[in-house]
Design a protein around this ligand. Structure first.
Ligand SMILES: [Zn+2]
Ligand SMILES: [Zn+2]
Length: 98
């Protein structure tokens, strides 16, 4: 699926933030503690930071369905797995909005 910013609601960043907050900044699949706002990340390497970035995933992969049941907080590793399906040309950076 191509990323289409018009499908996202205006308050998407608020929505995503509340999903992550509710998950207590942990991945809801593997339980990895991710970087929370205000956390000092200066000692983390680039890849550690990438790995511990919490992202919001749509279960049905429909970004216009933003009901609470459709949203889950995932670390970038788990998120990538959900989107891979064998032939991925998706970069973790792109995923941060999905
Ligand atoms: Zn995870
Ligand atoms: Zn996703």
């Amino acid at each position: 699926m191509k990323f289409n910013p018009r499908l996202y609601p205006e308050n998407w960043s608020d929505l995503a933030a509340s999903v992550k907050k509710e998950a207590k900044w942990c991945c809801q699949k593997c339980g990895l503690k991710c970087i929370s706002p205000g956390e000092d990340t200066s000692k983390l390497t680039r890849s550690e930071r990438m790995k511990r970035t919490l992202q919001t995933h749509h279960w049905d992969r429909n970004p216009s369905n933003n009901s609470a049941e459709n949203l889950i907080a995932l670390c970038s590793g788990c998120h990538l797995l959900y989107h891979q399906g064998g032939k991925s040309n998706v970069s973790p950076g792109q995923l941060s909005l999905w």
